[in-house]
Design a protein around this ligand. Structure first.
Ligand code: ATP
Ligand code: MG
Length: 418
């Protein structure tokens, strides 16, 4: 992509009412635009990061047998009334509206009820199980506070997976596979070593749900963690009983600030019983259905990674989700030979890394400003082409301060290995 064609511009400052550091950086670097409190637009750079994360999640969901689909954001009130979750006293984040006819509708803050309702049409025989479905959906939640930028949006991107099964042990085994798949996701986006599977409140069947909590000062949660034993407990359920059950004692737990990047629930058969989703058994009898519900905050992840991987100059994306792998800085572009050289480097690198190269082809921007933009945008590798570099290029990793001159071939090899 040519920088000159990007409409989004980098800026020195963020809106005064944006207090979250990750959102400030993402706004300044041209990844997102603040529409209003808790509501953000994803610009070309930001959308690339979102799509890269989605692709990683998609791969991990497909490995465990998930089928991707897309539910509607507009939801009928009736399905939520069945489980009493239409009530604003039960669910305090509803956005609701009315059709012209007066019929009430809700904006999806979650999808357990509508998906389960839909499954009544399809999952009729016990032979239809298990079924694993997931989607990437814009959820709408009327959050009370939205001070954490994209970490807590009123409109945000979630991946939600739902599992339906008639066999309890297979249901529980799948729940464990999701845990592994989720940790794979968090490792691949670069936060695996800071993310803990955490005992938390919720879950109708088991006493706990499992949250995936990532250590970061900008999080809104507190958990107690013992990294050696791999045990983490949310402060909401941090009791003597919980400690005993998990085989740890108070003095070996450390209290840390975290952001919840994922949450998985085992509903047992309670939800499907409520919704009257039953399977027809071998002799025509009703068989209860187990439900698991599994969420990852895709857009929250962008904020968490931006927060964790940044320095005073800007963002420092892990290679796996960076908008581009290489940021070419072309200098002296008014000089015909330098321009030709830069174009050739762009062509060659794009050939090896299709759609992964950003080329700063702006002729009228000074070198200092271009370098500052490259640091702010935070692609893993910067390649400088100028009158001075001649037949070679100057290569620098975003995480390092030293740069080195290489032939273009050498450069291709280094980027491939990086
Ligand atoms: P929180 O406790 O942060 O309000 P939650 O427990 O209500 O989150 P879930 O219903 O478990 O959230 O949603 C699944 C995942 O979606 C969460 O683990 C989180 O990563 C993400 N998420 C939830 N609410 C938001 C939000 N307002 N903005 C961005 N991401 C969110
Ligand atoms: Mg949660």
């Amino acid at each position: 992509m040519r920088f000159s064609t990007l409409f989004s511009k980098t800026t020195k400052s963020a809106p005064a009412d944006e207090v979250a550091q990750s959102a400030q950086l993402l706004i300044r670097a041209g990844y997102i635009n603040k529409e209003m409190a808790g509501v953000y637009a994803y610009l070309p750079l930001g959308l690339r990061v979102i799509e890269n994360i989605k692709q990683i999640v998609r791969e991990e969901m497909n490995v465990i047998g998930g089928h991707e689909m897309l539910m509607s954001a507009l939801q009928p009130k009736e399905v939520w009334e069945i489980t009493k979750r239409w009530d604003d006293d039960v669910v305090d984040v509803w956005f609701k509206s009315k059709l012209k006819s007066g019929t009430e509708v809700g904006f999806g803050w979650s999808h357990e009820e509508p998906i389960t309702q839909m499954m009544k049409r399809f999952l009729t025989s016990y032979k239809d199980y298990p079924a694993y479905v997931y989607q990437f959906q814009t959820k709408l939640r009327n959050e009370l506070r939205a001070k954490s930028g994209i970490l807590r949006g009123r409109e945000f991107m979630m991946k939600d997976l739902y599992s339906y099964d008639v066999d309890e042990s297979r249901h529980l085994a799948f729940y464990e596979r999701v845990k592994e798949a989720y940790m794979n996701v968090f490792r691949r986006v670069g936060i695996g070593d800071k993310t803990f599977i955490t005992f938390a409140a919720g879950g109708a069947f088991t006493k706990y749900s499992h949250e995936f909590q990532t250590i970061t000062d900008v999080g809104e949660d507190w958990i107690y963690v013992n990294a050696e034993k791999g045990v983490a407990i949310n402060e909401e359920v941090y009791t003597e009983a919980a400690l005993t059950e998990l085989g740890v004692s108070k003095d070996e737990m450390r209290k840390v600030r975290t952001a919840e990047v994922g949450n998985i629930f085992n509903f047992g058969t309670a939800k499907c019983d409520d919704m009257q989703l039953y399977a027809r058994g071998p002799s025509g009898e009703n068989v209860s259905v187990y439900l698991g519900s599994y969420g990852i905050g895709i857009s929250r992840l962008v904020g968490v990674v931006a927060e964790m991987f940044s320095d005073e100059k800007g963002l420092v994306w892990p290679k796996s989700i960076a908008p581009f792998q290489v940021h070419i800085v072309g200098l002296d572009l008014h000089d015909a030979q330098a321009r030709e050289q830069a174009e050739a480097v762009y062509k060659k690198l794009s050939h090896h890394l299709p759609n992964k190269v950003l080329y700063d082809d702006r002729a009228d921007v000074r070198a200092g400003a271009k370098f500052a933009d490259a640091d702010l945008i935070g692609c893993p590798v910067r390649v400088v082409v100028s009158k001075k570099t001649g037949e070679q290029v100057e290569l620098k990793h975003r995480t390092q301060s030293e740069s080195a001159h290489h032939s273009l071939e050498e450069c291709v090899r280094i980027i491939g290995e990086h």
